[in-house]
Unconditional design. Sequence first.
Length: 402
Amino acid sequence: MKAYRIKSDKTIEPFGDHPLDCLINNRSLADTQKEILLELGIQLQPEPYSGQIDNPDEHIFFEDSLFFSPELMQQFIKESRKLKRSSICAIKPGLFTLRSILPTQDIKKFPDRVEYGLQYMPAKELRGEPEPLVIDPDQFSEVTPLPEHVTDTKEFHFPYTDSIIIQIDHWANIWVANIFVLFSALARLRKASPLKLLILALRARSINKWKILNKTNKIGRNCDIHPTAYIEGSTIGDNVTIGAGSVIRVSTIGSATSIGSNCTIEFSVLGEGCAIDSMAGAFSSVMYPGAVSSTKFLFTSLCGKNTFLADGVVVSDYRFDGKNVSVMKNGHPVDTGSLALGICLGHDVYLAGGCVSEPGRSIPNGVRIALEKARTIGKCGLEGDIPGYQRVKKIANHDVKM
């Protein structure tokens, strides 16, 4: 079978990148699509524009900004072949659609389904008006208890499934696609054969799920990992350094990345050549190659290439008024439908210590932000006089010789 990727002229702000150049689990969307199709025995053809496909044989076509998992694509093709008709990929509303930030995706939404830019065409003699083929992606969920004053449901449910499809039309879609890919590894483990689970349990010498998850790690070559570091359910690239006491859970760490001591990286993707200073952390966040962070808590955020977050940067991902986080798209605010979403830093953005960001904000490429001079100590006189500050008490007398 052949597949056609329909060209578009989209760009994703604040990066200015085409969706095909965006990174999903440290691979460009273009390479990810190609590899998945090859895995399924499907040949990706040169990219046409819409309406330029002339193929009487069975084939599929999809928008170039579409991310899909191999399981989703395989299920869509298999069920379409059974129906022997033209099909549009549609998803049943549920926990997956609730958490995949649908409002920022340029897709068709109906009460009983969500339609994506993926179609199956059978042989010419079987074709007709395409009809939606509805897939239910919900498989498992991770439940986090929360106080009632934070959420009315008293708990937060996040789906983990290996049946994923997301239209990359906004930076929030890049972020959520990466997070879903990490959780999909847990779904595949839950669906693994009894024999595979038995082998993992024997390797772990335990039936404890955390000890078993520890045996699913993939560690690259020439890594320097301190013996007190703890890693579970993660993929570590080549030449990675991880310091004493650091915790890496269900994450992807790119090659040549350096992680200091007592760091915590959970459900996050770190690109190649990143640097995480000691005591810093990343939680459900994505950092492109070359990103550097000293901040203690980076939550639900996306950082572009060669970004820098100094110690003391505060990233807010939750509104105190209880409303969903809004983001800007095409110059207009969009309700994401999500209670928690951090920030997006464009490529080469620097944030100095003391910067505080509101939820859902994005910063354009190349911007470097520091506190205004009235809030920083630039110089101090011999008597302890600091412009913009009031000296409360002089502790002791000291002779100062110049």
